[in-house]
Design a protein around this ligand. Structure first.
Ligand code: G4P
Length: 536
C-alpha cells in the first residue's frame, strides 16, 4: 500500500468523559465491533478506585494494566483505528490532557442522567485549545435520564459548542424503544444485550412513513414532531464545522447494551479526520512529509522497581518509522535506534517493524525521554503544543534523610519527566514545592521515591491557589514583583518563572500592579535542559 494510502486509512482518537459516564464500557464495545476482542470484559477498567496508602501496590498494578490499554488499534471497514486510552481517575487528568495532543479527534461520553459534569467541561476546554473535532455520545439511555433537548441545551451552553443530533431516542429509561437515525431514516430497536452485537434495523422513507405509524401507533406522531423540531432548531450537519471543532454531532445509545455503538462507529469512520498536520518550532508539518518525525506525549514507568526502564509513547506525525533505524533525539542532540518498538492491544503487546503518521508506538526507554521530546530524521525542530497546566494542590517536599538528597533530586526529576507531578524551586531559597492535580499523586510519589530511589520524604501542606507562569518582555517590567513578592516566586524545572498565587484576590492585585507581565494558568511544554543541582 502506498505511503499516502497508509496515512489516509488511519483514524487516531480518544474517548473522554467524566468518570463513570461509560468511557471504559464504550471502549470495550468499540473493540468488540471492531473484532479486536471477542468477549466483553477483556478490557479492564484502569480506574484507580482505592486511595489508601496500603493500596499503593494495587495502584501500581492498575497503572500497569493501563500500559497495555494505553493504545489500542483495530481495523474496521478498511480503516485502521488507533484508540488512545485516558486515565479514568480525575487525579490523573493531566495525563489525559497530554494524550489529547496526540489525537486527531475525540468522542465525548455523557451520562444521560447526570448531563455535563465538571470533568466534561475541563476536558472540553482542552479540546478547544486545539480545535479538536468532537463527537458526543449520550450514554445510558436504558436509564431514566434527562430530556434529550434539555441535555443538548446544556451541552451547548456549558461546553460552548454547537450541536447537531444525528440520531434521536424514542423514549428513555424503561420506555426506551430505540434510536431513530435522522440521516438515514432508519430505526434500531433496543434490545438489552450485553454480549451480542446483533441488531434489528427498520428502514423508512421519512418520519411520515406509514410503517412508523404501524410500529409505534400514536408515538410515531410524537417522534415525527420531535424530529421536525430538532431539524428546525439545529442547523444541517456540516462536516467542515465539525472538523473545525465548532459543531459536535450527537449520538444516543447505551454502551453497556451495545446500543447505538455501531451507528457511532459507522459515522465516526465516515466523518472523523485522518492524521492532521502539527505545529513545530519550524512551522506546520504535514503527515505526508516523507521524513519521519514524532513526539512523546506519555511516559509509563515499569511497575517492577528492579527494572527501571519505562515506555515512552510516541505519536508518529510524519514519514515512516522503521525498527532498528537511527533517529535523531533533538533535545539530547543524539542518534538513537529502537530494537523493540511495540504496539499494544488490550492485554497484549507486539513488536512492530514500521509505523505511519497517526500511529502511536511504545519505545522502551532507560531514561532518555521526557514528555514533549521530538524524534526526527536529523532535522532540528520540536513539536509544539503540549500543554502544562497549573497544578491544583501544592505541597512542600521534605527530605527525611539528608544523606539521600541526590537520590531525591534524581527521583523527583524522573517522576516529573513522566508527568506525574510538577516541581517548583523557590527563586530566593531552596524550597521545593510539588504540585499535582490530585491527592493520589502525593502518595504515589512518596511510595515510588522510597521504593525506586531509596529516598524517604514527607510533604507539608501549602495553601497556594494556582501556579501562574509569568511571561514578560523586559526584566524591568517585573521589578516590583521580584522585590515585593519574591517569596511567592519560583522556577519550574525548565527555568520558567512562576508566581504562586495564594488566592484569586492576591493574583488580581499582582496583575494590576504588574500590567506589562502576563500571568498564565498554562504554558506549552518546553524541554530545555534541566539544571539538576537546582532540584537536588
Ligand atoms: P468510565 O470508564 O467512564 O469511568 O465508566 P465505565 O465504563 O466504567 O462505566 C461506569 C458504570 O456505568 C459501570 O457500572 C458501567 O457498567 C455502567 N454503564 C456503562 N454504560 C452503561 C449503559 O449504557 N447503561 C447503564 N445502565 N450502565 C452503564 P459499575 O457498576 O460502576 O461497574 P461494573 O460493575 O458494571 O463494571
Amino acid at each position: 500500500m502506498s505511503f499516502l494510502k497508509e496515512i489516509q486509512k488511519r483514524r487516531t482518537f480518544a474517548i473522554i468523559s467524566h468518570p463513570d459516564a461509560g468511557k471504559t464500557t464504550l471502549t470495550e464495545k468499540l473493540l468488540l465491533f471492531g473484532g479486536a476482542i471477542q468477549v466483553a470484559g477483556a478490557v479492564k477498567s484502569n480506574k484507580i478506585r482505592k486511595t489508601a496508602v496500603s493500596d499503593f501496590l494495587e495502584i501500581e498494578k492498575q497503572r500497569g494494566i493501563s500500559v497495555t490499554t494505553s493504545v489500542m488499534n483495530f481495523n474496521y471497514n478498511g480503516v485502521k483505528i488507533n484508540l488512545l486510552d485516558t486515565p479514568g481517575h480525575k487525579d490523573f487528568a493531566e495525563d489525559t490532557y497530554r494524550t489529547l495532543t496526540a489525537v486527531d479527534s475525540v468522542i465525548l461520553v455523557i451520562d444521560c442522567v447526570k448531563g455535563v459534569e465538571e470533568q466534561t467541561e475541563k476536558l472540553m476546554n482542552v479540546c478547544r485549545m486545539r480545535n479538536t473535532p468532537v463527537i458526543v455520545f449520550i450514554n445510558k439511555l436504558d436509564r431514566e435520564g434527562r430530556n434529550p433537548i434539555e441535555l443538548l441545551d446544556e451541552i451547548e451552553t456549558k461546553l460552548t459548542i454547537k450541536v447537531k443530533p444525528l440520531s434521536w431516542p424514542v423514549g428513555i429509561g424503561i420506555s426506551f424503544k430505540g434510536v431513530y437515525n435522522i440521516y438515514e431514516n432508519t430505526f434500531s430497536f433496543f434490545k438489552a444485550n450485553k454480549q451480542k452485537i446483533e441488531k434489528d434495523v427498520d428502514k423508512f422513507t421519512s418520519t411520515d412513513d406509514p410503517g412508523l405509524q404501524k410500529l409505534f401507533g400514536d408515538e410515531a406522531k410524537i417522534l415525527a414532531e420531535e424530529i421536525d423540531l430538532v431539524n428546525g432548531i439545529y442547523e444541517k450537519f456540516n462536516t467542515e464545522d465539525y472538523l473545525d471543532g465548532k459543531l459536535a454531532p450527537v449520538f444516543f445509545g447505551s454502551a453497556l447494551n451495545n446500543f447505538g455503538v455501531k451507528e457511532l462507529l459507522d459515522s465516526f469512520i465516515k466523518i472523523a479526520p485522518g492524521p492532521q498536520s502539527r505545529e513545530t518550532t519550524k512551522g506546520i508539518l504535514e503527515p505526508a512529509n516523507n521524513k519521519f518525525s514524532g513526539f512523546v506525549f506519555k511516559i509509563h514507568a515499569n511497575i517492577d522497581p528492579r527494572h527501571r526502564d519505562r515506555i515512552a509513547f510516541l505519536r508518529v506525525c510524519s514519514g515512516k518509522f522503521e525498527r532498528n533505524k537511527f533517529y535523531y533525539h533533538v533535545r539530547l542532540n543524539r542518534e538513537i535506534k529502537f530494537a523493540n518498538p511495540a504496539v499494544f492491544m488490550a492485554q497484549d503487546k507486539s513488536l512492530i517493524e514500521e509505523a505511519y503518521p497517526g500511529d502511536v508506538i511504545g519505545l522502551y526507554d532507560s531514561g532518555n525521554f521526557k514528555i514533549g521530546d521530538t524524534l526526527t530524521e536529523g532535522e532540528q525542530f520540536m513539536y509544539k503544543g503540549i500543554p502544562t497546566f497549573s497544578p491544583e494542590i501544592f505541597r512542600e517536599l521534605w527530605l527525611t534523610d539528608p544523606f539521600k538528597s541526590k537520590q531525591l533530586g534524581k527521583g523527583i526529576l524522573q517522576l516529573t519527566d513522566e508527568g506525574l507531578a510538577q516541581v517548583f524551586i523557590q527563586t530566593n531559597g531552596n524550597r521545593k514545592v510539588v504540585g499535582t492535580v490530585g491527592e493520589l499523586q502525593f502518595e504515589v510519589i512518596q511510595y515510588r521515591l522510597l521504593n525506586e530511589y531509596g529516598a524517604a520524604c514527607q510533604f507539608r501542606h501549602l495553601n497556594y491557589y494556582k501556579a501562574c507562569w509569568v511571561v514578560f518582555d523586559d526584566e524591568k517590567d517585573i521589578d516590583e514583583l521580584m522585590r515585593i513578592r519574591s517569596h511567592n516566586l519560583f522556577y519550574d524545572k525548565h527555568q520558567n518563572l512562576v508566581f504562586m498565587a495564594e488566592s484569586p484576590y492576591q493574583l488580581n492585585a499582582v496583575k494590576e500592579n504588574n500590567p506589562k507581565a502576563q500571568f498564565l494558568f498554562n504554558i506549552e511544554h518546553n524541554t530545555e535542559t534541566v539544571e539538576l543541582d537546582k532540584v537536588a
